[in-house]
Design a protein. Structure first.
Length: 51
């Protein structure tokens, strides 16, 4: 388990090959997942993650 004060520093992005709306919605419903990105990953996705 990650200490609560450190949780704010961690960014979680879900990377998947699935475009199933149920999978996307599950990820977006998770409060820890910032974004759901589908493969193949694009340059603009990487820029968003690493900016």
């Amino acid at each position: 388990s990650v200490p609560e004060e450190k949780q704010k520093e961690i960014k979680i992005y879900m990377l998947s090959s699935s475009i199933n709306p149920v999978d996307v919605e599950k990820a977006k419903d998770n409060i820890y997942v910032l974004d759901y990105i589908t493969k193949p990953i694009r340059d603009d996705d990487l820029n968003k993650i690493f900016k």
